[in-house]
Every structure is written in C-alpha cells, then in structure tokens.
Ligand binder design. Structure first.
Ligand code: AHM
Ligand code: MG
Length: 323
C-alpha cells in the first residue's frame, strides 16, 4: 500500500511483494541507484564551494583531487552500480563504450544513464539531474542496450532543484519522492503522477527556429502563442521534462539543418523520459514515430524529441503531417 510520506526503500520493497516470483534483484538495483544519487546530490549542493574549499589547484582541503561535478557523478554511478552486482553492463553518456563490471557477471539487468544532465547549468546554480534506463539482459553483450524503449523494466530521473526529487516508473505508473535532507531519505511526495490532458506551456530553444526541421514547427509554435501559451526553457532536460510532467504542455528538441537527428540522446535521455511521460498519460514522439518503438542502432544515437500532454502532441503531429 502506497501512502504519502512513505520512503523510497519501503516503496521499492512494497512493489517487489506484488510479484511473488521476484528475486529482489531489481529492488537491489534501484537501491544502488538511490545510494549513488544521494551522494551526487550532496556534492551538487556543495557545487559553488568546491573552488573555495579546494584552493590549491586541483586538490581539496582533505588533500583529495577535486573532480569536475559531471566526472564525479559519472564515477559515483559506476562505483555504486558496479559494486551492487545487479548490473551486467553499464552505458553512460560520459563513456564511449559500455562497462561490464566483474561483480555483475550473473546479473539480470543493463543500465544506461546520463550522470549529470544539463551540465552547462552547473556554474549558474540552475537545476541539473541524473537520468537512467534499465533493460533486461538478453544477449549478454553490448546489443542488450539496443532494445526498444517500451521494453524498459524501469526508468527514472533525479532532479537536483530547489529540492532533490527522485521520479521513477517500473511500468506501473509514475511516482515522485522528495529528499528530506534532515533524515537522508526520499519520501513519497508525488503519488501516481498524471500529466494534465492539456497544458499552457511550451518549452523549445527558440533560438534555433530558423533551422528547425520540419519548418511546420514554426507555425505550430506561432499557433501556441496565439492560443495564449507561455514559454519556459531551462536548458536542462531533466528540469524541463519535470515541469512538463507536473504541469503539462510540450517540451521539444527538434532536428535542425545542422543536427539532423536533434541533440538529445535516445538511450539515456529520450527513451527514459518517453517511458515516464507515457506512463503518466502523455505522449512522446520524434515527429515520425513513438520514441518507445525505436529500435536503437547505436548506444549514443540522437533523436528529435517532442513530449508532453496528449492535446499538444496530437496538435503538433497534425502540423507535421499536414506540412
Ligand atoms: P548535456 O547532457 O551535455 O547536459 O546536454 C543535454 C542538454 C539537455 O539537458 C537540454 O535539454 C539540452 O542539452 C539543451 O540544449 P541547448 O542548450 O541547445 O538548448
Ligand atoms: Mg544529457
């Protein structure tokens, strides 16, 4: 039974109990992510102080080497996820090739993640996040990452914002947990999140408007303006998608004349976000197909992304399809 205030660990165990044949492996995998992101969150909170505390070049006050926050987040994810023994392979935005941890030889899952999304926002104290996507191990090689998004076993993100929130789906709706820093626990604060059918916000980087493909997107955005929509764009996908999940509307990163497949990465940005948005009753498309139906061909491939409330995405598709 879920109730507000329940902590994430109890929630994970509670979900596991629903499946009599569950071995506890997914639960332990999720707890490993939770531990990693708590440590990342504590470093994010210190972000502006690192230079002060670590005056002597690249060494901090304890004599440890000061790492850039995105490198640190990547190393923490690798350390916690590998040592959990629950992952056969790890793919990260920060790594050219996947890692196959020694401890995960018999593990059932593979995980793709973006350890610190929105890293251009770190220096200016704006929300950033961690995104992850879990699939079952099937072939026991890198091709396990090339499974469609609808086959995700779990997906989620953590937003390091005015508070730290962990948003997760295991295919059974979407729930959000807010970190209570005084006890170090994520507590259920947003139960069974559903996107409004229609929102009032569009979230595009409009500076690219002249290059957008297809050009019909320009008239789509003009129409939204005429209909009274307002614009919000943070430039951290996690934060922009989080707002879209809660308030509805549309978030997009289209293809353009320079970037034929857009900017965002399928495996650890578009696909997990599409899973969450769809689980919450919204839609996620490239403009041509449902993001969750794409069969990946490359671990780091990019795709155009349009996601949000049903009303906005349907309207967008009619603009695209009618040119
Ligand atoms: P990153 O993973 O290197 O941080 O890049 C991805 C980020 C997303 O968080 C965000 O949606 C997008 O890049 C913003 O791009 P732009 O600055 O072109 O609007
Ligand atoms: Mg990213």
């Amino acid at each position: 039974m879920k109730k507000l205030g329940m902590d994430l660990n109890s929630f994970i165990l509670d979900q596991e109990r629903r499946y009599p044949n569950a071995t506890g492996s997914l639960s332990r995998a999720l707890v490993a992510i939770e531990s990693a992101v708590k440590v990342i969150a504590s470093h994010v909170r210190m972000a502006g102080l690192v230079d002060i505390l670590g005056k002597a070049g690249k060494t901090n006050i304890q004599g440890e080497e000061v790492q850039k926050l995105d490198e640190l987040a990547n190393n923490l994810m690798i350390e916690y996820l590998s040592s959990s023994g629950e992952f056969f392979a790890l793919a990260s935005e920060e790594l050219d090739e996947p890692i196959f941890p020694e401890e995960g030889k018999d593990a059932k899952y593979v995980i793709a993640f973006d350890p610190l999304d929105g890293s251009s926002n770190i220096d200016v104290n704006v929300s950033i996040g961690t995104i992850f996507s879990i699939h079952k191990r099937v072939n026991s090689d890198s091709s396990d990452f090339l499974q469609e998004g609808y086959k995700q076993v779990a997906a989620g993100y953590v937003v390091y914002g005015s508070s730290t929130m962990f948003v997760i789906s295991t295919g059974n709706g979407v729930n959000g947990f807010t970190l209570d820093p005084s006890v170090g626990m994520f507590l259920l604060s947003h139960q069974d999140i559903k996107l409004p059918e229609k929102g009032k916000i569009y979230s595009f980087n409009e500076s690219n408007i002249k290059k957008w493909e297809p050009q019909s997107l320009v008239s789509y955005v003009e129409t939204l303006k005429e209909e009274g929509y307002t614009s919000r764009y943070i430039g951290s996908m996690v934060a922009d998608v989080h707002r879209t999940l809660i308030k509805g509307g549309v978030f997009a990163y289209p293809a353009d004349t320079k970037n034929k497949n857009g900017k965002l990465r399928l495996l650890y940005e578009a696909s997990p976000m599409a899973f969450l948005i769809t689980q919450a009753g919204g839609m996620a498309t490239t403009g041509k197909e449902d993001i969750l139906n794409i069969k990946p061909t490359d671990i780091h491939q990019r795709v155009p992304v349009f996601l949000g409330s049903k009303k906005e995405i349907q309207q967008l598709l009619s603009f695209i399809n009618n040119g």
